[in-house]
Design a protein around this ligand. Structure first.
Ligand code: HEM
Length: 478
């Protein structure tokens, strides 16, 4: 006789679920998090498994590490989650990012976010981004014009300048010496004002104190608002035909109501794209160069590919499918050093995942760095091995173990989440991948970078993961 089994209803499953395991000691966890959170969190995953409960100051963080559970949070049950994690626990807190980005795509929630995403998504379709290909290549070519053979560079600074130039051009059609670029560079210092107090209790109050850093931050924010307002006014006086993202934001109309966005909302969205779109890409490129610096065979293979495909000319979008290894280098760099530290969510209702109960209104976190180093899905997870990303492994079998595992159909999609997933997946995903590969290819035609002996590259994990003291290198013309 066939036995039919049915899954227990969700409520029964929740009742049977147990509390998630995790460390004790609120202060200890807070200290560990403010020291070296990446090693600490990876160690907790090794010790406690797919769901870990971490007491952090006055809050509890539930760290989700299992790809199926990540899928559950980001996709299947996504309507049960909000991004306003600072509201978890006691009362409403203004999240630091909101203070900078306002109510743009990164920080908005619920039906308002869905409406805005519908409006903005077409601006990021593949064909439209392909139209920026030339800017990606030309601006990458410009950035290297001042480099000299044997000169010392901080590649993190150079990559931040490059990605700022790209976002300034594609978003506002302005150059690096514009007021926008100057203001972003100088007036919104990354770790002042609310960003500085991010993980501390009373962050909102601390950010309001009349401290020099806070004052600089708010003055910088005000000048950025003024500049974006001026650019919007200029666009309105123009013919409305501009191809930059600001013109497209102003021209966008809601599919149902036919209404445009209000000016304040256009400004929030533009500042969101500006801020979300450059530091992340700069970090991914910096980490790629860091890893290439200590893996000469991978670097030489990339240069061979660039020489063969481009023969010395600038890359175009049509070259991208042929820059397979360069693309794999970028994917692997974002596996080892995903530029965004964590995806934070607040559950609206209790839920159950991997047999553990997660109470509503707590703080759920997905840490791509931890997920990407799970040996179940990534053999030798610490190893930089771009060959994991190749569909056709080299015939000598040298990459079989890594390649076979990485592309085997069984590896869950959500074992790799540098861009998140589901309806809140990074809207700039295609943009940044094209930009990154074209930058590596453009620069790789003429340059390679030697690490500075004895310099220790230490990841600083806050909202993003970047090298704490930059990436000094010696530039060598090739
Ligand atoms: C390597 C580069 C990048 C990485 C690693 C990255 C990563 C991410 C991640 C993980 C999220 C999801 C956050 C969450 O679910 O909580 C996200 C969202 C977002 N990203 Fe990116 N990003 C990158 C580049 C860009 C670029 C170039 C742009 C724009 C030009 C951009 C714009 C956005 C926006 C607007 C959102 C919010 C989307 C929404 O919630 O609807 N990002 N990004």
């Amino acid at each position: 006789m066939t036995q039919v089994t049915t899954a227990p209803p969700a409520a029964a499953r929740r009742a049977a679920a147990t509390a998630a395991p995790g460390p004790t000691g609120r202060l200890r966890a807070l200290l560990a998090m403010s020291g070296n959170p990446l090693d600490y969190l990876t160690g907790l995953r090794d010790q406690y498994g797919p769901v870990v409960r971490i007491p952090l100051g006055w809050r509890e963080l539930y760290m989700i590490n299992d790809p199926e559970a990540v899928h559950e949070v980001l996709v299947t049950s996504q309507r049960n989650f909000r991004k306003d994690v600072m509201s978890a626990g006691r009362g409403k807190w203004a999240a630091p990012l909101e203070v900078i980005l306002g109510n743009g795509l990164v920080t908005s929630d619920g039906s308002f976010h869905r409406q805005q995403r519908r409006l903005i998504q077409p601006m990021f379709h593949h064909e439209r981004i392909a139209g920026y290909g030339r800017a990606f290549a030309e601006l990458s070519d410009d950035i290297q014009s001042g480099w000299r053979d044997g000169g010392r560079l901080d590649l993190h600074v150079e990559m931040t300048e490059l990605t700022l130039a790209i976002v300034a051009r594609t978003l506002f059609d302005v150059s690096l010496d514009s007021d926008v670029a100057r203001t972003v560079r100088t007036a919104i210092p990354r770790h002042e004002g609310p960003m500085r107090w991010d993980s501390l209790p009373f962050a909102r109050q601390l950010a309001k104190l009349p401290l020099p850093g806070n004052k600089r931050f708010y003055a910088g924010r005000a000048s950025l608002h003024d500049i974006v307002d001026q650019l919007m006014a200029e666009r309105r006086r123009g013919d409305g035909q501009g191809a930059d993202l600001l013109s497209l934001l102003l021209a966008a109309r809601d599919a149902d109501t036919g209404e445009p966005m209000e000016d304040g909302q256009v400004r929030d969205e533009a500042i969101t794209l500006l801020m979300a779109g450059h530091e992340t890409t700069a970090s991914s490129l910096t980490w790629a160069y860091h890893l290439l610096g200590s893996h000469p065979e991978a670097r030489e293979r990339m240069h061979r590919e660039i020489d063969e495909v481009l023969g010395g000319r600038l890359p175009t979008v049509e070259d991208l499918p042929h820059l397979v290894w360069t693309d794999a280098v970028l994917s692997e760099a974002m596996r080892l050093y995903p530029p965004i530290m964590g995806l934070a969510r607040r559950p609206l209702d209790d839920f159950e995942v991997c047999g553990h109960r997660i109470p509503k209104d707590t703080f759920v976190g997905i840490i791509p760095y931890v997920v990407h180093r799970d040996p179940t899905w990534w053999p030798q997870p610490e190893l930089f091995a771009p060959q994991r990303w190749l569909e056709h492994p080299p015939p000598d079998g040298s990459a079989d173990e890594l390649t076979g595992h990485a592309v085997r159909p069984g590896r869950p999609r959500f074992a790799y989440v540098p861009f998140g997933g589901g309806p809140r997946q990074c809207i700039g995903n295609t943009f940044t991948r094209m930009e990154g590969v074209m930058a590596l290819a453009t620069l790789g035609r003429h340059w390679e970078f030697e690490p500075v002996p004895g310099f220790d590259v230490d990841p600083l994990a806050r909202i993003t993961i970047r090298p704490r003291h930059g990436l000094p290198v010696t530039a060598r013309r090739r």
